[in-house]
Write a protein that binds this ligand. Structure first.
Ligand SMILES: Nc1ncnc2c1ncn2[C@@H]1O[C@H](COP(=O)(O)OP(=O)(O)OP(=O)(O)O)[C@@H](O)[C@H]1O
Ligand SMILES: [Mg+2]
Length: 289
């Protein structure tokens, strides 16, 4: 990481859980946004996938992104931690301001960005290692100091998995159930002391009981972390999110284009009880999408 990145990312955006944060910074952090997106567009080659997204993501709240398949939810979520960098045809324009810094500025280190802004995927993706090593891997790679046993335990406790795995930490993570694997992936994301956790349909491979546990966990985690979740489950979005963004696909037959746009972004309560746009209403009442 170059010097400028280190200074700016570290001094401007200390992790939420950092004990070094000053009282002033903590107070200021309570009422502001973690991300400000300004005119964000994403192209895959010549295909315009997402158009002109402007939105604020509030700190220590859960923001849900909903909308029909192909409207660009995953594409947009990947903009929040520069995961689109890993797709060679993807081009992101506009600004993604994270705690005052544009993540796409040339001096910003994408690896450091992904430590601060972790991601949990649809399908649990444990490493083919023990539960312990799955959790310890990130802190080791990132040079996080402290007693590793304590760190692993804390991450598993925070992910509400400790009691179920404390006697089998050296066993392979593939031996866990799907719901346990997903909580382990959340523990792995937490272990590197992130600021934000992005989740792309984290419950879609889980049964209702495991999903409910993840939902409870999200609600607990938002005391410490900012969460952005993509979900197809509208009851889930209504239950867990503070704010909900509804996206749709704008189809232009003449140009044969299909572009994702943000239709409406408001409190979850408003979106699910009294949306202001007829397209949102059609979607949440099941008449579209
Ligand atoms: N790597 C890629 N290369 C080219 N096009 C892509 C790529 N990833 C996504 N797209 C296209 O971009 C558009 C948005 O895709 P995206 O996966 O973001 O949608 P989504 O809202 O997450 O859909 P779903 O609900 O099905 O997961 C789609 O038309 C998709 O085909
Ligand atoms: Mg998706």
């Amino acid at each position: 990481m170059n010097q400028l990145t280190e200074q700016t990312l570290v001094t401007v955006t200390l992790p939420e859980s950092s004990p070094e944060r000053s009282g002033d910074a903590a107070n200021r952090a309570d009422d502001d946004s973690v991300f400000s997106l300004r005119g964000v567009n994403v192209h895959y080659g010549s295909f315009h996938a997402v158009r002109d997204i402007t939105m604020e993501i509030p700190r220590r709240q859960i923001t849900a992104l909903i909308g029909p398949s192909g409207c660009g939810k995953s594409t947009l979520l990947r903009c929040f931690n520069r995961m689109n960098d890993l797709i060679t045809t993807a081009k992101v324009s506009g600004s993604v301001i994270y705690n005052g810094e544009n993540l796409y500025d040339s001096y910003v280190d994408a690896v450091e960005v992904r430590r601060r802004i972790g991601m949990v995927f649809q399908k649990p993706n444990p490493f083919p290692k023990s539960i312990y090593d799955n959790i310890a891997f990130g802190p080791k790679v990132n040079g996080i100091k402290g007693n590793m046993d304590d760190l692993v335990e804390q991450a598993l406790r925070d992910a509400a998995l400790w009691d179920e795995v404390k006697d089998k930490l050296k066993q392979n993570a593939y031996g866990l159930s799907g719901g346990q694997q997903q909580r382990m992936c959340i523990a792995r994301a937490i272990a590197v002391q992130p600021d934000v956790i992005l989740m792309d349909e984290p419950c879609s491979a889980l049964d209702p009981i495991a999903s409910a546990r993840i939902e409870d966990l999200m609600t607990e985690l938002k005391a410490q972390y900012t969460i952005v979740i993509v979900t197809h489950n509208m009851q889930q979005a209504a239950r867990v999110s503070d704010r909900t963004a509804f996206f749709t696909v704008e189809v232009d037959e003449a140009r044969s284009s299909r572009t994702g746009i943000l239709v409406e972004f408001d409190t979850a309560q408003r979106i699910f009880t009294n949306p202001s746009d007829s397209r949102t209403e059609a979607y949440i009442t099941g008449r579209f999408g």
